[in-house]
Design a protein around this ligand. Structure first.
Ligand code: PEP
Ligand code: MN
Length: 263
């Protein structure tokens, strides 16, 4: 069902007035983790001012170590909703358990399924059983074929509003946190009708090459870019090294806008 062979027309995922896929690419920005109302509000105000209308923020954090910050959970989703309502933003947040999917729909606009859960089949089925947009991240070591099959789990249950996001894959290269598989973008666009985004923060793990990576993604046909932004990255409870501060984000966004690739 996700293949171009079954449907050639681009899937357009609607987030209110925002359309993802088949048109103008979208910019998604926000903190790695929801840490507090104040932190999210600061980012939201900056995004609003910049003209960015889709905000990300993790409330359930899949961390490598159990001793690291695990996220605020449902409380974090409530913060996202309160702030998004104030600024008129759409929100994306990761859900890690099928038990939280229905509740999450009350608070956020898009459910993210993270890289570590790309093949959590019960979670994929639960995401397929609701009628809210899903942002599916490519698994850390997933092939493009496995990625598309994961999306098929969701769409085959009747939820057609699925967006794919390349977030870097694990290779031997250590200069970046993961390796941004730029070729995945045109391949996914060719093989599937679903929107394809690129997460420049998790794929690179760095702040200094985000503009060229975002431009490359858009030039390759991406329908959107995701980037992490935090008011004070040095004090962030997760991914401190890769998050942009607000000024850096504004420069990043201006750089991408200047390319004309955002439409
Ligand atoms: C995230 O986007 O918050 C995240 C944890 O990313 P990934 O699942 O790609 O590692
Ligand atoms: Mn992160």
């Amino acid at each position: 069902l996700v293949s171009r062979k079954s449907r050639n027309e681009d899937t357009v995922v609607k987030l209110g007035e925002i359309a993802v896929g088949g048109g103008k690419p979208v910019m998604v920005a926000g903190p790695c983790s929801v840490e507090s109302y104040k932190q999210v509000r600061e980012v939201a105000a900056a995004l609003k001012q910049a003209g960015v209308t889709v905000m990300r923020g993790g409330a359930f954090k899949p961390r490598t170590s159990p001793y690291e910050f695990q996220g605020l959970g449902i409380e974090g989703l409530k913060i996202l909703k309160e702030v998004a309502d104030e600024f008129g933003l759409k929100t994306i947040s990761e859900i890690v358990s099928p038990a939280h999917i229905e509740t999450a729909c009350q608070y956020i606009d898009v459910i993210q399924i993270g890289a570590r859960n790309m093949q959590n089949f019960e979670l994929l089925k639960a995401a397929g059983d609701v009628r809210v947009p899903i942002l599916l991240k490519r698994g850390i070591s997933a092939t493009i074929d496995e990625f598309m099959h994961a999306a098929e789990y969701i769409v085959s249950r009747g939820n057609r509003q699925v967006m794919l996001i390349e977030r870097g894959i694990r290779t031997y290269e250590k200069a970046t946190r993961n390796t941004l598989d730029i070729s995945a973008v045109p391949i996914l666009k060719q093989e599937s009708h679903l929107p394809v985004l690129v997460d420049v923060s998790h794929s690179t793990g760095r702040k200094d090459i985000l503009v060229p990576c975002a431009k490359a993604a858009l030039a390759a046909g991406a329908d959107g870019i995701m980037v992490e932004v935090h008011p004070n990255p040095a004090a962030a409870l997760s991914d401190a090294a890769q998050q942009l501060d607000i000024e850096q984000f504004n420069r990043f966004y201006a750089g991408v806008l200047q390319s004309g690739l955002l439409g």
